[in-house]
Design a protein around this ligand. Structure first.
Ligand code: UDP
Ligand code: MG
Length: 322
């Protein structure tokens, strides 16, 4: 039986990972068996379509340290992690991916740093094995742009793989926002944080579950959630357009004075100006829309996720989403 108050919780989101679950179990179990701390493992089935949920149920039956939540549909990785944090009971919580790209063998080292007094220990990728150049390049660029734009310092090349102290988890759980970019929120919280370098292995089996669309969404969300620079962009573009207009006035004056017969260039300038200003305005409205859309989402106040099945939490933790 799990003790009522495990010291450590592992939170693992799962979306169509039937191929990796047996191996995941073996590797996590090997680590758990070596740990002194009583540990619970929370598997979150994010509305999988394959037989992941069945495997998870069997796991729970055979090993009581494994508990699980099952969403009523796919809500996405960040929400799955959030649900895990809501349910975790440990004094420290470790987040890791199910595809074994985050090596569970690193957990003892994380615990050691936690015991030394760090409230957040996050994995920092030194190497990405076998990920294609496009992903590596975009990830590299994205983290640096985010670092430049964001109002809090979000460490580069970190994923969600980390250990967090209960105090940090409490703050995260108290954050009502819907668009959750966990690694950003984690940086925002503060406390003593430290990195632990690791080499990111290729995923153990199956396809990447983060489609291009989901990755793009996460990237846009993270920038909007942590920066107001895009909102200021309209001011900069406005200034730029004003500068151009001034230039055109000078040009037109020049033509009037020195080349009074030239008409065509004047029309061209007008056409360009119309398109340019149209583009600037649409772009700025689009950016405003991104922020307003998020305000709308927050105001609706819907629960973050819906649960179809919960097992292994006895007594069940108080949860507003149940
Ligand atoms: N995942 C999820 N819901 C989703 C997409 C992914 O719970 O909608 C899980 C997935 O099962 C894995 C983790 O999130 O455990 C990371 O996904 P993936 O490995 O596909 O993305 P990566 O970060 O490696 O690109
Ligand atoms: Mg992965």
């Amino acid at each position: 039986m799990t003790s009522v108050h495990p010291t450590l919780s592992l939170v693992i989101p799962i979306y169509n990972e039937a191929e990796t679950i047996p191996e995941l179990y073996q590797r996590v179990k090997a680590v758990l068996d070596r740990l002194e701390q009583p540990t619970e493992v929370i598997l979150i089935d994010d509305g999988s379509h394959d037989h992941s949920l069945k495997l998870i149920r069997d796991l729970h039956q055979s090993d009581q340290r494994f508990c699980y939540l099952s969403f009523a549909r796919n809500f996405g990785h960040q929400v799955a992690v959030t649900a895990g944090l809501n349910f975790a009971r440990g004094e420290a919580v470790v987040l890791l991916d199910a595809d074994l790209q985050d090596p569970p063998e690193l957990i003892p080292a994380m615990i050691e740093l936690w015991q030394q007094g760090y409230e957040v220990v996050y994995g920092q990728r030194t190497h990405r094995h076998k990920e294609n150049w496009l992903k590596r390049f975009t990830a590299y660029g994205f983290y640096r742009v985010l670092r430049y734009l964001a109002e809090v310092e979000i460490p580069t090349d970190t994923g969600d793989f980390c250990l967090m102290d209960r105090r940090v988890v409490k703050v995260l759980n108290a954050m009502p926002e819907r668009e959750r970019y966990i690694r950003g929120l984690r940086a925002w919280v503060g406390f003593r944080q430290t990195a632990i370098p690791f080499e990111r292995e290729p995923r153990f089996a199956g396809e990447v579950k983060y489609t291009l669309r989901k990755s793009l969404r996460l990237a846009i969300n993270s920038i909007i959630a942590f920066s107001r620079v895009p909102l200021r962009l309209s001011t900069y573009l406005g200034l730029f357009a004003a500068g151009l207009a001034l230039l055109m006035i000078i040009l037109v004056l020049y033509w009037r004075l020195f080349e009074p017969n030239s008409h065509l260039t004047g029309y061209a300038i007008i056409a360009i100006a119309i398109f340019f200003l149209g583009a600037v305005q649409l772009l700025c409205i689009g950016i405003l829309g991104e922020y307003i859309g998020r305000i709308y989402e927050e105001v609706k106040g819907r629960p973050l996720y819906t649960l179809r099945e919960v097992a292994g939490f006895d007594p069940a933790p108080p949860n507003p989403n149940l």
